[in-house]
Ligand binder design. Structure first.
Ligand SMILES: *Cc1c(COP(=O)(O)O)cnc(C)c1O
Length: 466
């Protein structure tokens, strides 16, 4: 800090230095985004090498912030999966957009707080507005409430807490295609294994309605209480949607909570052309969506939506006297002061809504829907290419919500894993293998609108070149 310059930074950085380094960070990020596609989609280094470069003595005296930034970019940010790379097809990509990054930076710069109305009525309103926009885009009933959290794992867990508060403890039903974070969440809530029914998915990896009905009836005969069905709208493995409408009816008949895990797939329901596949979603008691997957947001942000009014507050309120206010509140959501700390397990919490609001205001939903639709189309292009090369590949599941799975005609798990490793090692592309009813498959998730058709063909070709 230059002595003539007064500093208003808590730790004494001068204004000119704040500006210089701030613009430097913007340049570093844009340099990354501009050249992203020419760099590896994924990169990893050994623990010893990374510790050697990033560790060392505790810094006691001031260092060079330019050197620190350069080292972070070259070492820390370099060695990771680049989920926003156009050839990152593994697990679920994270094609984040710059408008969202701007919102994130701004929110962090202003140290936003969205815990209570009194301490954050502005950021809280942004969150309520974003949740209301999602509600409408997803076709959920008026009066639906919600809360943002760190991602799908937490968003589902938050809904489970509301469900147990509303229904009481009981049996939970899901299929073998449900995301593995769900049973972990239930376990941490204290659900014993015996309270969980994992139903074998049908030949299309969907929840078989007859088997669900039988399981519920069998439990009732044993005097056990069916509590909740967890359906998936867009499974991570194959992108398939469980039969939501039929599951909703079973839940209604048996007074169970109907939860939909749409962490991956729900954004597709915002596109009119896809909406019919989600029939029954509007009957859900709760829904999880992950904006850091298919709504072009940087990590992290998940969203829980609950259609039963007051259910979140009944589960999570910290101050019992508050409940009276909630129950007596009017139907007019615009007239309510909401304390977001009473809707999940987080008390101090930053505003994750700012980046979403900024993205939607900047680009508009029509642009965002086009970007979502492109992801669906790209998987269809991949499917066509796999079918056109049927001497090498067998299509295992068709393109569904941006996911396609396929297998080598000759070879299995070992060959698939070797092919994926080869691509990751030279950095050309990141692809996942997964297991479908014990069969090893290769899987592409194509939700990045920057991916080209050539990227897809070249990736599939390289997977086949042994
Ligand atoms: C990714 C995913 C999750 C977990 O979400 P995180 O944001 O990684 O915590 C849960 N369910 C489904 C269907 C997912 O695809």
């Amino acid at each position: 800090m230059k002595s003539e310059e007064h500093s208003f930074d808590t730790l004494g950085m001068s204004e000119s230095e704040m500006q210089r380094l701030g613009y430097r960070v913007v340049d570093l990020v844009i340099d990354y985004i501009r050249a992203r596609h020419e760099k590896p989609a994924i990169k990893a280094d050994s623990p010893a090498s990374l510790w050697q470069q990033l560790g060392g003595q505790i810094p006691l005296d001031p260092g060079d912030p330019d050197a620190a930034l350069a080292q972070l970019v070259a070492v820390a940010m370099e060695n990771q999966q680049h989920g926003d790379h156009p050839r990152y097809f593994a697990r679920v990509p994270g094609p984040s957009s710059f408008a969202a990054v701007l919102g994130e930076w701004l929110a962090t710069g202003f140290n936003t707080m969205a815990a209570s109305w009194g301490g954050g009525s502005g950021p809280t309103t942004v969150e309520l507005v974003v949740i209301e926009w999602f509600r409408e885009l997803l076709g959920l009933p008026v009066g639906t409430e919600g809360v943002l959290s760190s991602g799908g794992s937490m968003a589902n867990l938050i809904a489970f807490g509301a469900a147990r508060e509303a229904i009481g403890p009981g049996i939970v039903y899901m299929t073998d295609q449900a995301h593995s974070s769900l049973s972990r969440g239930l376990k941490e809530m204290g659900f014993a294994k015996e309270l969980l029914r994992v139903i074998k998915s049908d030949a299309n990896y969907r929840m078989p309605i007859d088997a669900l009905r039988e399981a519920v009836n069998a439990d009732k005969k044993q005097n056990l209480k069916p509590m909740m069905v967890v359906a998936t709208a867009g499974t991570t493995n194959t992108g398939v949607i469980d039969p939501l409408d039929e599951i909703a009816s079973i839940c209604q008949e048996n007074r169970m909570w109907f939860h939909v895990d749409g962490a991956y797939g729900a954004p597709a329901a915002m596109c009119e052309s896809e909406r019919v596949k989600f029939k029954g979603l509007e009957r859900a008691d709760s829904l999880a969506v992950d904006p850091h997957k298919w709504l072009f947001q940087p990590y992290d942000v998940g969203c829980t939506l609950v259609t039963r009014r007051g259910a979140l507050e009944r589960a999570y309120t910290m101050t019992p006297e508050y409940l009276r206010d909630v129950q007596g509140s009017s139907d007019d959501i615009h007239g309510q002061e909401v304390d977001m700390r009473n809707r999940s397990l987080e008390l101090s919490r930053r505003s994750r809504a700012i980046k979403i609001w900024m993205t939607m205001r900047t680009h508009g939903m029509n642009r965002i829907k086009t970007a979502i639709s492109r992801g669906i189309e790209l998987a269809e292009i991949a499917e066509k290419y796999i079918l056109a090369n049927s001497s090498v590949w067998e299509l295992v599941t068709p393109a569904q919500l941006g996911v396609v799975t396929f297998a080598a005609r000759t070879g299995g798990k070992i060959e698939h894993e070797a092919a994926v490793k080869r691509l990751a090692d030279d950095g050309f592309a990141a692809v996942s293998t997964t297991s479908l009813h014990s069969r090893s498959v290769l899987r592409l998730c194509t939700i990045n609108p920057l991916t080209t058709e050539e990227d897809i063909r070249e990736t599939i070709d390289r997977l086949g070149n042994r």
